[in-house]
Design a protein around this ligand. Structure first.
Ligand code: NDP
Ligand code: 8X3
Length: 252
């Protein structure tokens, strides 16, 4: 029987690319995000190209009851989740602490931290029942070093680092792998979302050097899930060659 992977935030960027990568590896997929029309398009193209099974969930990870109901609504076959990629997330704003908006802060904390927890809390019991599973938490270089105006986005990604470490300890007895994956700058819709739709400002983030693309991170995920059962990548920090860390990028 095929393995099953659930990817949150599959309607764009790293999540969409990961769906394609795992379909290539013959995983059946649960794809979730709020923009369900995008998920339906991705589902149709993946089924046509790779012939795997795809189940779409229209889901806002901030909605605790909806996440719990979505997990319970899965039929028994779809509950046999081998891989959970906790990818849904965002930066909202890039402002000095004293100028930043509380709404931006709430949205990042609710999505990047609480949303990741809600989905994990729904899926972990299925993995415990099967005594196996692999959780991949999409963290960030922002979870390794704080940068100017990164304040609360960085805090949410530091929280993901701590959650990954905590999960790895507590789930040890159930043979569940936990991989914390920290990308540097990846050209996706991330900056457009961060700058509230300002595409010009967003594109400047990626000029003067060659950033990562979503497929680079999807490849890393494909690698991490293809290792033998006794091997777990705990922490993976991946940047483009032009980026040393959160603070230093060599631009032309
Ligand atoms: P995108 O904006 O391209 O994708 C973000 C995805 O998250 C979308 O599918 C979006 O779907 C989903 N999402 C956002 N909010 C919610 C929500 N409340 N409920 C459900 N889904 C949600 O950005 P990336 O692909 O770049 O980002 C993916 C992850 O990677 C994020 O966690 C981000 O922090 C992290 N990351 C990104 C980096 C980068 O430079 N791009 C670097 C390091 C980490 P929808 O809007 O349809 O709900
Ligand atoms: C996203 C990359 O550099 O904006 O996590 O923190 S960065």
């Amino acid at each position: 029987m095929s393995k099953i992977a659930w990817i949150t935030g599959a309607s764009s960027g790293i999540g969409s690319a990961t769906a394609i990568e795992l379909a290539k590896l013959k995983y059946d997929l649960i794809l979730s995000a709020r923009r369900s029309e995008r998920l339906e398009e991705l589902k149709n193209s993946i089924i046509a190209e790779f012939g795997v099974d795809v189940h779409v969930l229209s889901l806002d990870v901030r909605d605790r009851e909806a996440v719990s109901a979505a997990c319970e609504s899965l039929d028994e076959r779809w509950k046999e989740i081998d891989v959970l990629v906790n990818n849904a997330g965002l930066a909202s704003g890039l402002d000095l602490f004293q100028d930043a908006s509380l709404d931006d802060w709430d949205q990042m904390i609710d999505t990047n931290v609480k949303g990741l927890l809600y989905v994990s809390k729904g899926v972990v019991p299925f993995m415990i029942n099967r005594k196996k599973g692999h959780i991949i938490n999409i963290d960030s270089t922002a979870g390794k070093e704080v940068y100017p105006k990164g304040n609360v986005y960085c805090a949410t990604k530091y929280a993901v680092d701590a959650i990954s470490k905590g999960m790895r300890i507590d789930l040890l007895e159930h043979a569940i792998k936990v991989t914390n994956l920290c990308p540097g700058m990846v050209e996706t819709e991330f900056s457009k979302v961060r700058f509230h739709g300002d595409e010009e400002k967003a594109s400047k983030v990626y000029t003067g050097y060659q950033p990562l693309v979503a497929e680079d991170i999807a490849n890393c995920i494909g690698f991490a899930v293809s290792l033998p059962d006794h091997v777990c990548i705990n922490d993976m920090v991946v940047t483009c060659t032009a980026q040393a860390n959160s603070m230093f990028t060599k631009k032309d």
